[in-house]
Design a protein around this ligand. Structure first.
Ligand code: AMP
Length: 190
């Protein structure tokens, strides 16, 4: 079967990280998390890291030119060409989605599916408060969730308009949710 090329979406606390790990194991694709790429650049003290750090600290979005460049480079890599990709954290806006479509098109590829792991706001809020991390005050959690909503709603429409969106119920055990995610992926690939 052709390598899988998919996007994963979900609120903070939706279990997206756990599901991503399982997906890359099952489908053998490369996990491309743009947040991880930026955090690694910050840790390594590169020029990209320097530029990204202030924006990330403020909770804003790094510019599209930088982000599209990172994704363009990685998607052209031999590992992703052979194994496929799970995009996590990109695209964040419909402009980035347009860019992704163009990048894939240039490589002769297309996206299979965007899986949205849907967990209600009350449930993710309770999960994050349970974790008890110091940056997880109720106010900070609510601010991040609001921002996510604002950014992501147009993106869901973008995928939906192209028949690429699969919203799955993210409430359940990790195994239950994973079965739903895999079923959605298989449906869109065939
Ligand atoms: P994440 O781990 O996906 O939450 O990303 C952490 C931070 O990196 C975000 O708050 C943004 O500042 C930045 N970032 C990650 N991905 C993107 C993206 N696709 N576009 C713009 N900024 C991004």
């Amino acid at each position: 079967m052709a390598p899988l090329r998919m996007v994963i979406l979900g609120r903070q606390g939706s279990g997206k990280g756990t599901q991503s790990e399982r997906l890359v194991q099952t489908f053998g694709c490369v996990h491309l998390s743009t947040g991880d790429v930026l955090r690694a650049a910050v840790a390594a003290g590169t020029e990209l890291g320097r530029q990204a750090k202030a924006v990330m600290d403020s909770g804003g979005l790094v510019g599209d030119d930088i982000m599209n460049g990172i994704v363009r480079d990685r998607l052209a890599g031999a590992d992703i060409a052979a194994g496929g990709v799970l995009l996590d954290g990109f695209p964040r806006t419909s402009d980035q989605a347009d860019a992704l479509e163009a990048i894939l098109d240039g490589l002769g590829h297309r996206l299979d599916v965007a899986v949205n792991i849907d967990v209600p706001i009350e449930v993710v809020t309770a999960r994050m408060l349970d974790r008890g991390r110091s940056d997880d005050t109720l106010e900070a959690i609510q601010r991040r969730l609001e921002l996510y909503e604002e950014q992501t709603a147009p993106l869901l429409d973008w995928f939906d308009a192209r028949g690429l969106l699969a919203t799955i119920d993210g409430v359940g055990t990790p195994d239950e949710v994973f079965d739903r995610v895999v079923a959605a992926v298989e449906r869109h690939r065939s």
